[in-house]
Design a protein around this ligand. Sequence first.
Ligand code: DQQ
Length: 538
Amino acid sequence: NTMLSWQRTAYHFQPEKNWMNDPNGPMFYKGWYHFFYQYNPNGAVWGDIVWGHAVSKDLIHWLHLPLAMVADEWYDINGVWTGSATLLPDGQVIMLYTGSTNESVQVQNLAYPANLSDPLLINWVKYSRNPVLLPPPGIDFKDFRDPTTAWYTSDGRWHIAIGSKVNTTGITLVYHTKDFKSFELLNGVLHAVTATGMWECVDFYPVSKNGEQGLDTSVNGAEVKHVFKTSLDIDKHDYYALGTYEKANGTWVPDDPKIGIGIRYDYGIFYASKTFYDVHKGRRVLWGWIGESDSENADVQKGWASVQSIPRTVLLDKKTGTNLLQWPVEEVDSLRLSSKEFDKVEVRPGSVVPLDVETATQLDIVAEFELDKEALERTNQTNVESISCSTSGGAAGRAALGPFGLLVLADDSLFEYTPVYFYVAKGADGNLKTFFCVDQSRSSEASDVNKQVYGSSVPVLKDEKLSVRLLVDHSIVESFAQGGRTCITSRVYPTKAIYGATRLFLFNNATEAALTCSLKIWQMNSAFIRPFHPDQDT
Ligand code: DQQ
């Protein structure tokens, strides 16, 4: 349907058509980044799931390859579900994935490349004695899925984690193995949290306490914290927490015992995410599935659904020590075309300032904001505990110190626009608390799309300016506050603010404080994401 074709993104990963969900088995192999994904070859809704496959030299431009695995065995005939890759030191590539069997039992299966000397890894072989794991006693046959990348420990074995639940407690089981064919279930669980339901797509990986490098999955020791991430089926959000992996008893202990399920990777749409260690650049890279927030009917009309996030590097935030920093991989900068800089633009309380960037559908924006210092001093204290992005009345609500920020995917008449903004409030202790939000309520004239306000508080340290990076791409806005401490990914469906009619504005709805904003804005090129032909020059 060409009516809706403008909603397709220009530099986010998408198949040519149909439904996509979770990222699967990402890795770097013989010069290529490999990306697999949950894919329905037959329609734009979830079902008939197989593994799509694409390769890239830079995580931005992609070549679509033939399906890597289809549902052709009794142990995955109801779906080739999510899995992860492990690169062994001897050069083998291990793929473990969940199959839904002919009786809809969730089992784990082993697959490997047919030809390790093919850098494109086009053909995959399923192990002849699959499945390698069945749901253990006490686990429901539909609550056993999404094996992680394996990590190696000093006992000479590889370990994998698999999400599950017991009653309503989400749990993570750990198995160890020497050959990825026979496995043993360890006593106890890696982690468990009551009332969180089924844990999907668990991820478990080390981050460096001091370094700027990413770490391979098996690294452990005093210099390392371990991130535990789970995707909650009950609310479709990804949560992570930092902690310590205690090899001796095989559990993971959160730094903050009160953290519960953890904090969100992203306060918008971002699910079933998975990291991999990029041996090529020595970094850890996070992929997340970004679904639609329009109606299923609209997806069927469009003929496609979902995109993937721009891959994000993940590092521990050394300044706070309590969160990760997520940042778009540096390769996305290669899409930057012409840029415009705006130095210390003043935005008075209650005003909107247009930014002359011509069309504004494909942008990379870096912005810094400063509120008038005197206004910050004289502002009254409020009960910050009662404030959140959605209680503040969205971007239209007005208080002393906000909201203020950018209006993206806006049309000239400000009929449609999506505010990405900060909201500052002074607490009873005199300290400022900052919220980072996206308000979708005016994003589209269409009625069958999500119009929620997304967001959370964001840590801002003394002497730090408020800063944001935005990646705008037709129907997606990925927003990173304070260097990636708090992220919000939004899918929006403007009907007027499209192509050449799209504009960008600054706004300040604070009643007390004037705002100064400095920005650099790049037009973004489209990425090449297209089918691979064997005779083409790579
Ligand atoms: N998607 C897969 C499952 C996983 C879920 C099926 C998460 O393996 O638990 O498509 O989105």
